[in-house]
Design a protein around this ligand. Structure first.
Ligand SMILES: Cc1cc2nc3c(=O)[nH]c(=O)nc-3n(C[C@H](O)[C@H](O)[C@H](O)COP(=O)(O)OP(=O)(O)OC[C@H]3O[C@@H](n4cnc5c(N)ncnc54)[C@H](O)[C@@H]3O)c2cc1C
Length: 563
């Protein structure tokens, strides 16, 4: 669909920031430690070199391997269709494909639709950084499969064209894949099914559930009756469900059929996207080996799991939170693997609130995944799951100031620059920029959600649109309607202005106390005219005596124990 930018007046004027809302909550000194390490450079995540990463991955594969005596009873050829499950460890579809065949063909289809545009606003569907991350995931997956006697067939094209033709050529009895839940992915599943039926050689299509920590079949209610309140969901699964053990994978998975050309991992230019180097901030390394490496680094090497709950609201540096999300989104690591590593850490080192809190967050991830089944396409609609009616602007200039980090509000601009430079933004940052776009700028929340879809390395439709609907106040739970006061967030989470100065160069020469309030035109070429003529620039906020900033949102529940 073509971009449509309407220029209607704002229904939610940008509100004036006042110091009135600041509080003096101290941040953990740990944020500052990891901030200091960034030092203005590119920080590789994980920071392990290739040799250490390979050694960690090798040891982890051994720990989670099935004994070599494991039996394989199947016959014939099975095709394993890799989707967002680019891993060997704890891969149920891989295990099932191996055990139900005597020859296994792993396939990845580079679907051109991934490189088209987003639904409403025609942004690139996959930004260059996520494209590059995906290519690294494929190269690593191929390497790890080859170690086990397989390979990865990489084909460019639509799965519904490629898989039926391969099924025919190789006489496969089954195509196995992990199940997805959102409409675009479900449509591909339907087309593949039709394609296989069209070939007429009886190839079955089998889907396996494998993206969540709690298995869908173990939920204590039908997924369509999922509670609308996260806490109810969490308490119910914690009380009534068990997390299944991760699936052990044999050390040897061969043989694989002979194939003339396995296909190269394409370059970005072959996909019509230009390479983008990370010039500042975190540079995430794609693939299962790097994902397993990051778990090792965060839990075992740096021993950070025990302080996660104190540091998780940070914004600067690699170590305030786990940074597992890009690997989780591509399925390079599974949440059950993380769960087992948390358990191991709890028995070998310490069990405390922090070790539990990583699981608490992973339950949010599960929740949004299950919610996508319950809510269907309403997750992507303006009114969201509750069909909330409202007036929203699609003002292009205003949106671009947000997207390009040129609003004049340092904490917004720094976060948006981090996103476009690295493909990552902290959870704290995401909540702040989301609230700003929706409530201060009054823009259609889908513009923000689609821009996140373009940029995020960890983009996942369920978590992205689930969180955006909550942030916009149109989510399934009306109580999850929160307003984030920009001055208060700045004071609480970046009191020294280190984060904003890291991303907005012009702020570095300012004294710390001025970094969030630099004054108009301090670092921007232009100032977007806003409805009440605030003209951007936190400088106005310093002098404002108007305490009405929170406007009609003042009675909202503040974020406590939220995602
Ligand atoms: C507007 C908005 C959009 C978001 N879009 C995405 C997205 O597309 N993909 C995505 O994975 N996360 C998304 N999140 C959730 C969250 O911000 C990221 O998962 C988190 O910042 C990733 O960093 P981390 O791995 O260090 O998280 P940690 O704090 O270390 O948490 C551990 C894991 O828990 C899960 N998790 C934590 N918070 C959430 C949450 N609120 N919702 C769902 N899962 C969570 C993630 O898998 C994360 O890797 C979004 C949040 C907001 C507010």
């Amino acid at each position: 669909m073509a971009a449509s930018f309407l220029s209607s007046p704002f229904s939610h004027p940008l509100r004036r920031f006042t110091l009135h809302h600041l509080s003096n909550k101290p941040v953990s000194s740990l944020f500052l430690c990891s901030a200091a390490k960034m030092n203005g450079h590119v920080y590789r995540v994980p920071a392990l070199d290739e040799e250490e990463m390979a050694s960690v991955a090798g040891k982890t594969f051994e720990r989670y391997a099935l004994p070599s005596s494991a039996k394989r009873n199947g016959k014939g050829t099975a095709i394993l269709w890799f989707r967002n499950d680019l891993r060997v460890l704890d891969n149920d579809a891989l295990y099932r494909a191996w055990s139900s065949s005597d020859t296994l063909l792993p396939v990845y289809c580079l679907d051109p639709r991934l490189f088209q545009t987003t639904h409403y606003f025609a942004f690139p569907k996959t930004g260059a950084l996520r494209g590059a991350f995906l290519m690294e995931c494929l190269a690593d997956l191929r390497k790890n499969l080859m170690r086990r006697g397989l390979n990865l067939l990489i084909r460019s094209g639509k799965p519904e064209d490629i898989l039926p033709s391969l099924a025919k050529d190789f006489g496969a009895h089954t195509v196995l894949a992990h199940k997805e839940t959102c409409s675009e992915e479900l449509q591909v599943e339907r087309l593949v099914d039709q394609g296989l039926k069209g070939v007429g050689n009886g190839t079955k299509l089998e889907f396996i559930w494998g993206s969540t920590m709690y298995h869908k079949d173990d939920l204590p209610f039908d997924v369509l009756d999922l509670p609308d309140v996260y806490t109810q969901f969490r308490k119910s699964v914690e009380a009534k469900c068990r997390i299944r053990s991760s699936t052990r994978i044999p050390i040897s998975l061969g043989p694989t059929p002979s194939v003339d050309n396995w296909g190269d991992v394409p370059t970005l230019s072959q996909l019509g996207t230009e390479l983008q180097e990370v010039t500042r901030g975190m540079r995430f390394v794609g693939g299962e080996s790097a994902g397993v490496g990051r778990v090792f680094e965060y839990f075992w090497k740096k021993d950070l799991l025990k302080v996660y709950k104190e540091t998780r609201n940070g914004m600067l540096g690699p170590d305030y939170s786990t940074k597992f999300s890009p690997w989780l989104a591509f399925g390079c690591i599974s949440p059950r693997f993380i769960y087992e590593e948390v358990q191991r850490y709890e028995s070998e080192r310490v069990a405390n609130n922090s070790t539990y809190w990583v699981l608490f967050e992973l339950i949010w991830r599960d929740y949004f995944r299950f919610l996508s089944i319950k809510c269907g396409n309403s997750l992507f609609h303006l009114g969201g799951p509750r069909n909330v009616q409202g007036e929203w602007s699609q003002d292009k200039k205003l949106f671009e100031s947000w997207r390009d980090g040129k609003t004049g509000y340092p904490i917004i601009d720094a976060n948006m620059k981090e996103l476009s430079t690295t493909g990552f933004m902290s959870n704290r940052g995401r909540q702040i920029v989301c609230s700003f776009l929706v409530r201060d700028m009054g823009l259609d929340w889908r513009m923000g959600a689609e821009w996140f879809e373009t940029c995020l390395l960890d983009y996942d439709p369920c978590s992205n649109y689930g969180n955006w609907t909550y942030g916009a106040g149109v989510g399934n739970d009306p109580r999850e309607d929160r307003y984030f006061s920009i001055p208060k967030q700045a004071q609480n989470y970046d009191p020294e202005g280190e984060y904003v100065a890291f991303w907005v160069q012009q702020l570095r020469r300012l004294p710390k106390e001025k970094r969030h309030w630099p004054g108009r035109l301090m670092y921007m070429d232009t100032v977007v005219p806003l409805k009440h003529g605030h003209g951007g620039g936190g400088g106005n906020a310093q002098t404002s005596k108007s305490g009405g900033f929170r406007g009609n949102h003042s009675g909202r529940r503040s974020r406590h124990n939220g995602p």
